[in-house]
Ligand binder design. Structure first.
Ligand SMILES: Nc1ncnc2c1ncn2[C@@H]1O[C@H](COP(=O)(O)OP(=O)(O)OP(=O)(O)O)[C@@H](O)[C@H]1O
Ligand SMILES: [Mg+2]
Length: 281
């Protein structure tokens, strides 16, 4: 079953000459994990914003076509109503935390209070979320005392607590260190296993290759949609759109040149490990 459907969707920001997104057509199935890649300014954030209705309701501009998400038409649905279908987490966790509450529990309660969720139900959801992000013991702490990775997990939890079926993440790890990045990817993987549809924009292609079902390459339009291996090892395609392949792919290229490996180019660390282990046996 499709949970997201873009039909001939185009978007132009007011006062901006060209189309930022042009003729986007894509259907995404419930439970899929979609990775979005593209160079700077390729329209990834705009694409993410369109699923929560920031485009077209918040930013002025011209929209063509249609977006149907979790059964509702984005153009005809308010941002606040959309937020019970779609959760959106941005790059910087510190900017997303409302600061409305002094503790993590209060931060998580914020959206639910606005929705008028009963107290008992609210407490249960907060407990479940703290468990999910592994911060059960930190509920009474200030979110600003946490590491970047922990803050990002609280920010993601604060959108998940609204029970959306779709979670959109726009470069959620670009400001995190390797440990924080791993924590966030692990959490997103857990959510994906629970059946939440994940749309994640990131240029962290090593992780994407491990987790994503499909990758979408953006350059103001959808250039290509395919499996992680097909897109992330297509050196010419990536270069044409100002992206570089991963270190893992580079190692597999060099092994091939040295005549030590004859298979397909690799993008996954586990696959590379197997090849190297075969060589040193
Ligand atoms: N609020 C806005 N008003 C006008 N133009 C905008 C606005 N936001 C983005 N743009 C323009 O739309 C284009 C795509 O921007 P967008 O932020 O969607 O790209 P991106 O792929 O997320 O890039 P980045 O690597 O910077 O995150 C850019 O040319 C940008 O200047
Ligand atoms: Mg962006």
């Amino acid at each position: 079953m499709d949970i997201i459907n873009f039909k001939n969707f185009s978007w132009k920001y007011s006062g901006y000459r060209g189309w930022t997104l042009h003729n986007i057509n894509i259907s995404i199935k419930k439970g899929e994990f979609i990775g979005i890649i593209g160079k700077i300014g390729s329209g990834r954030t705009t694409f993410c914003s369109s699923m929560l209705g920031l485009v077209p309701h918040f930013y002025p501009g011209i929209m063509e076509g249609e977006i149907i998400i979790d059964g509702v038409n984005v153009k005809e649905t308010s941002i606040s109503e959309l937020s019970s279908h779609v959760g959106l987490a941005f790059q910087s966790p510190a900017n997303q935390l409302t600061g409305a509450g002094t503790t993590i529990e209060e931060e998580l309660a914020f959206g639910l209070q606005n929705l008028g969720v009963p107290y008992e139900e609210m407490n249960k959801r907060i407990k479940d979320m703290l468990k999910l992000i592994g911060l059960e013991k930190f509920g009474k702490r200030s979110p600003f005392e946490l590491s970047g990775g922990q803050q990002q997990k609280v920010a993601i939890a604060s959108v998940l607590i609204m029970n959306p079926n779709v979670l959109v993440l726009d470069e959620p790890t670009s400001q995190l260190d390797p440990l924080g990045t791993e924590q966030v990817f692990d959490m997103v993987k857990k959510l994906s296993k629970k059946g939440i549809t994940i749309i994640m924009s990131t240029n962290n292609i090593n992780y994407l290759s491990k987790f994503a079902d499909r990758i979408v390459l953006f350059d103001n339009a959808i250039i290509k949609v395919d499996t992680p291996n097909k897109i992330l090892t297509d050196i010419e395609l990536l270069k044409k759109h100002s992206l570089t392949h991963s270190d893992i792919t580079e190692v597999s290229i060099r092994l091939k040149k040295m005549g030590l490996y004859k298979g397909e180019l690799l993008v996954n660390l586990e696959d590379l490990k197997k090849v190297v282990q075969g060589l040193i046996k």
